[in-house]
Design a protein around this ligand. Structure first.
Ligand SMILES: [Zn+2]
Length: 75
């Protein structure tokens, strides 16, 4: 579990643009996250998506080693 302190500091939500419904969580581990009560945005979910995308990119690179598809083009 993370130790976090949340406060409404007027950060602007990157999703809906509101600044009166956001809570910035400051983690003692040294990073911040923004949570938006208006639209449900959470910056940590975005970070998770980035991680998943990197994992998929790694898989894609392995796919490149496989033989290319040789299906004939269709008009
Ligand atoms: Zn929002």
């Amino acid at each position: 579990m993370f130790d976090a302190e949340g406060r409404q500091d007027g950060s602007t939500c990157p999703e809906c643009g509101r600044s009166d419904q956001t809570i910035r969580w400051h983690f003692v581990e040294g990073f911040d996250e923004i949570e938006c009560k208006a639209c449900g945005y959470r910056s940590d979910e975005l970070a998770l998506q980035e991680l998943h995308r990197e994992a998929r990119n790694t898989l894609d690179r392995e796919d490149d080693v496989a033989p290319p598809r040789t299906d004939p083009l269709r008009a």
